[in-house]
Design a binder for this molecule. Sequence first.
Ligand SMILES: NC(=O)c1ccc[n+]([C@@H]2O[C@H](COP(=O)([O-])OP(=O)(O)OC[C@H]3O[C@@H](n4cnc5c(N)ncnc54)[C@H](O)[C@@H]3O)[C@@H](O)[C@H]2O)c1
Length: 384
Amino acid sequence: MKVGVIGAGTMGAGIAQVAAQNGHQVFLVDLNQEVVEKAKMGHVKVFERLVEKGTMTKEQTATILNAIHYSTSTNDFRDCGLVIEAIVENLEVKHKVFAELESIVDENCILASNTSSLSIASIGSALKKADRVIGIHFFNPAPLMPLVEIIPAVQTSDQTIDKCKELISSWKKTGVVCKDTPGFIVNRVARPFYGEALRIYEEGIADFATIDWAMTHFGGFKMGPFTLMDFIGNDVNYAVTESVFSAFYFDPRFKPSFTQKRHREAGFFGRKSGRGYYSYAEGVEQPKPKEDHELGKMIFDRILAMLINEAVDAVFMQVTSPEGVDLAMMKGVNYPKGLLQWADEIGLEKVLLQLEDLFAEFGEDRYRPNPLLRKMVRENRNFF
Ligand SMILES: NC(=O)c1ccc[n+]([C@@H]2O[C@H](COP(=O)([O-])OP(=O)(O)OC[C@H]3O[C@@H](n4cnc5c(N)ncnc54)[C@H](O)[C@@H]3O)[C@@H](O)[C@H]2O)c1
């Protein structure tokens, strides 16, 4: 099957590489010729490095590179069985592009979007034959991150879902099917990792370095929340938070933080701007955490309880299964353990108590324990 990818930026170039490495002829299209050339140069470099490292032979990489066809013309999608859209995150533009794609491809071609924040149903509304629309959400960098969220819209046919599941697993990726709800799995369940860390900072409980230390030391997370936000970019991370918050009709669980907003307003985006919560200027010594065991454990327990509550909610609201939510967080954002597995190990009753304490202390809806968690404790059940 020929695969089309529209948008040759960060995600599109990565997705095209994945498809080509899995034996497809790939048509990578962008409206900007410079972006197309940059994507091509990027691929050449990546494969040169793989040859140097001895991961692939020169012949193998040449075959893959020859399978990627770069252009600025969507007419190249004519014979594709699947086109994945990875253009700018704007519904109006995506509508135009999906309508255009439908006029080029045949009626069996699946039209997928890599959107992070728009609903697949809204994107599919631009199509005449909308049972072929689906979300295929890769994580950055697409060639390295194993998770792909597969998101059927209300319009999507079972046949489209089955074909995508099969394809994604043939690409040696972990496909997790989830409901077309804001943030899908990962961008919803991960919110407290950032939001609760920011809240703890705003309450004056600890500084950035100490909160980061608490999460890496006690939780085994590869990066603490502030290091990670600086890595992702505070502009990008704040935009996701705001979009999830408004898409959930302003549920206080997802309330954005003034601290992050101010950092974004000041241009303190993180690594890419040289300064975020930390300074990345040369020679600057990074602040040291206050390695107070009791304080660190309290911070870690609070953030983890909030993450678990969100993971439980994703199951409660049938976004995905307990296995789905745990796989997604481990394979999409490298969590050291599945959140529900973690909850089982800690004891659901203990997690519930922690949330009840927070709820009683603050009286804020943000800390309300999920009804499924209460039910499972009542029935003395575990997730696994
Ligand atoms: N960057 C991430 O970490 C990430 C992760 C998962 C999903 N996404 C989603 O993937 C999509 C692309 O994100 P990105 O980070 O790769 O963006 P990007 O800005 O790197 O690339 C987007 C590309 O689309 C091109 N484009 C815009 N309109 C077009 C059109 N009408 N026809 C053809 N090309 C067009 C632009 O020229 C640009 O090169 C977005 O929907 C985003 O939400 C991004």
